[in-house]
Structures are given as structure tokens and as C-alpha cells.
Design a protein around this ligand. Structure first.
Ligand code: PLP
Length: 388
């Protein structure tokens, strides 16, 4: 199998599974219980919190365990909105993950106000647009760090400086960035940040919301006193312990993995653009793009059809388009970047990770070239192009 969908999820690392297993067997005790075996479980959670806080330069008490990126995103928006004394206006961008966008759409339906900042052709928001959108009743801004479809890295420090100048808390969805890029929440200047373990070799269904000390936020859940009464519910101990190990390993490897994966990414982009005509790279290049992200539009064909062809050859990748009521909806990210329907629907995301090597790149090109040729030979659009 040729796995090129690491932005969707990553394989669990062997060392991570190893540290999780005891908490799925002999160390099963409830961390809130008072007896000795339970105290060992509590200590494992406390240790994990310290490891994660260290990895992003936060304090342990600023780390709140959640069930993943979607929960962290939902909580950041709803929790800050509910606690805010400023008002009920939120600023976000048109290219956020649905974990943010659909919360905002819901809030609009119940009377709150949301500004969706536009992006340029590479997916960047304009700091000036952001500053202009801030109002006296703006209670929160949420701007993602790394885009999941095109890998664009927003200038978060610059945006945070603007937010801080106006006293507006800034949340960043860093689900695609954490474990792949060095993260320092203090230097970034954000008040809230989401991360998710399964994007960096950890287990699914566990994540973190970083909440800077002093940031007003209502609890995600009411119930027990877990997570300092902000997120009730018996902890996902194995998940939390696994997440800490995965983050520790990933962060240690960033200095070697980031340049290695970046070089692989650039090779793949070069190989596709030079070997397959009528293709274009979507998003930014160099350091302003996630190391593992390659998003390419193949003109005259549907990305979904190409995906099926790749799947038949054992290659896993993805598109940003969603199938709703039988029709293909183009990616909201690519449309916001001004691509139009044809180029948006013809886009495929290949996302590289720690397990990929250069051999995968050449294997992909071998599969990709005939698949694109075949689909184009069946495409009326391509036929029209050849006749024109
Ligand atoms: N935010 C971004 C940018 C993502 O890419 C994802 C997952 O694809 C999420 C949030 C949701 O994370 P989770 O799958 O942990 O709910």
C-alpha cells in the first residue's frame, strides 16, 4: 500500500502503542479514585500533561485534554463566546476546517455575528483585513495555523499581535501543524490552540485545547471535577499517555524530519508538474507551506475519479471536495482561493509523513501518469480542449 494521506491520519507509532497498553490492561483504575493503583494512573496523566506543556512551551495547567481537534475547536469558540463580556461577534476565515466553520454557521443561525475573512490565491489572510474586521463587540478570533487541504501556514504571530493590541483573544487550530513544526504558544501570542494526537503518530479520539492562563472560557462539559472542572468525564488515560509519547517523539524528530519531508514534497511537486501536463500546484511554496502537503489540480478531470483509480492501484490520497446530496461540492478552501469549479474539482491532496521515502514518490508518478491519461481520454472537456 502506498499511503499518502497523512493529513487525514497517521499510523500509530510502535513506541506509542507500547506505552498505552498497560492502561488498557493492568493499569485500568479510575484516576479519580483514592487507592494506590489509581494514584499511579493519575500520575501518568499528570506526567503526560507536563510533557505536552513542555512540547508547546505552555504551563501544565494550561493543557486541557479533549476528544480531539473537533472538540477542541468547538469548545474554544463556544466557551469563549459564552464567557465573553465584550459581545458576540467572531472573526474567522473562509478556509477553516469544518470543526470551526460549521460551529460559526450554527452560531449565526442563533443570532450571533461572524466575519469570514477572505484569503488570497495562496490561502493567506491579510493582516490588514483582520485588523479592519475587529469591532468593539468582537469576542474571539479563530484563525488556523496550517490549512489541512493546501498546507498554507498563516502568519500567526503577526495576527496575534494585532488581536492582542485590540484585546481580542485569538484561537488557532494547529491540528495540522503540531508535531510537524516547532510550536511555542508564548512566542506565537495566542490565547487558545487546538491539537489532535492522531495527526502526529498518536491515537485517534484524543487531543488538547491549550487555554492561556487568565483566558475566560466556560466549561466544555458539566459533571465531574476532571480537568479542573472544565471538561468533565473520566479521562481517556491510554489516549492521553499515547498522545504525550507521540508528541515527544515527533517534536524530537522535527529538526531532521521537517527538512527531509520538505525535500520529498518539493521533489513530488516537481515530478508531477514536469511529467503530467495541465497540472498546477495549489497553495504557497517553501517555508510558508506545511512540509508534507502537496495539493495539485489536474485539469479536465474529476479528483474523485482519479482517487478511485489510485485506490485500485493501492494508493491512498484524498480530495477536499465533499459529496453532498449526490453532487460533488467543490472544496470551500480552493474556491476561497479563487480556483473556480473545474480546478477545485480536479484537485488531489497527497500528504507525506514519517513513513514515506523517495521511492514512494517515483512509485506514485508511475501510477499517476497513466491514470490521468486514461481519465483525460474519456473527458469531454479534454476533447473540447484538443479540438479548440
Ligand atoms: N482541524 C483541522 C485543521 C484538521 O485537519 C482536523 C482533522 O482533519 C480537525 C481539526 C479535526 O480533528 P479530529 O479529527 O481530531 O477531530
Amino acid at each position: 500500500m502506498l499511503y499518502l494521506d497523512n493529513a487525514a491520519t497517521t499510523p500509530l507509532r510502535g513506541q506509542v502503542l507500547e506505552v498505552m497498553l498497560p492502561f488498557l490492561s493492568e493499569d485500568f483504575h479510575n484516576p479519580s479514585s483514592v487507592y494506590t493503583p489509581a494514584r499511579k494512573v493519575r500520575a501518568a496523566i499528570d506526567d503526560a500533561r507536563i510533557v505536552i506543556a513542555d512540547a508547546i512551551n505552555a504551563r501544565p495547567e494550561e493543557i486541557f485534554f479533549t476528544a480531539g481537534g473537533t472538540e477542541s475547536d468547538n469548545w474554544a469558540i463556544k466557551g469563549v463566546l459564552e464567557a465573553s463580556k465584550r459581545g458576540r461577534h467572531i472573526i474567522t476565515t473562509q478556509t477553516e476546517h469544518h470543526g470551526i466553520l460549521f460551529v460559526c454557521k450554527h452560531l449565526e443561525k442563533i443570532g450571533d455575528s461572524v466575519t469570514y475573512l477572505p484569503v488570497d490565491h495562496e490561502g493567506f489572510v491579510s493582516p490588514q483585513d483582520f485588523e479592519n474586521a475587529i469591532r468593539p463587540d468582537t469576542c474571539l478570533a479563530s484563525i488556523m495555523f496550517a490549512n489541512n487541504e493546501v498546507g498554507t501556514l498563516q502568519p500567526i504571530e503577526q495576527l496575534a499581535a494585532i488581536a492582542n493590541k485590540h484585546g481580542v483573544p485569538l484561537h488557532t487550530d494547529a491540528v495540522q501543524a503540531v508535531g510537524h513544526i516547532p510550536i511555542d504558544v508564548d512566542a506565537m501570542g495566542v490565547q487558545l490552540m487546538s491539537l489532535s494526537a492522531h495527526k502526529f503518530g498518536g491515537p485517534k479520539g484524543v487531543g488538547v485545547l491549550f487555554v492561556k492562563r487568565g483566558t475566560a472560557i466556560t466549561p466544555m462539559f458539566q459533571g465531574g471535577a476532571q480537568e479542573r472542572s472544565r471538561r468533565a468525564g473520566t479521562e481517556n488515560v491510554a489516549g492521553i499517555v499515547g498522545m504525550a509519547k507521540a508528541l515527544q517523539l515527533s517534536v524530537e524528530e522535527i529538526p531532521t524530519e521537517r527538512p527531509r519531508v520538505t525535500a520529498m514534497r518539493d521533489r513530488l511537486i516537481h515530478e508531477i508538474l514536469t511529467n503530467i501536463p495541465h497540472t498546477q500546484l495549489n497553495g504557497a511554496s517553501g517555508d510558508r507551506r506545511l512540509a508534507g502537503n502537496v495539493n495539485i489540480s489536474f485539469r479536465f478531470i474529476e479528483g474523485e475519479s482519479l482517487l478511485l483509480h489510485l485506490d485500485m492501484k493501492g494508493c491512498c490520497a484524498s480530495t477536499g471536495s465533499a459529496c453532498s446530496s449526490g453532487a460533488l461540492e467543490p472544496s470551500h478552501v480552493l474556491m476561497a482561493m479563487g480556483l473556480g469549479h473545474e480546478l477545485s474539482n480536479g484537485a488531489i491532496r497527497f500528504s507525506l509523513g514519517v513513513n514515506n521515502t523517495d521511492a514512494d514518490i517515483f512509485q506514485l508518478i508511475e501510477i499517476l501518469r497513466p491514470a490521468v491519461e486514461k481519465l483525460r481520454s474519456l473527458s469531454p472537456l479534454y476533447d473540447d480542449y484538443l479540438k479548440s
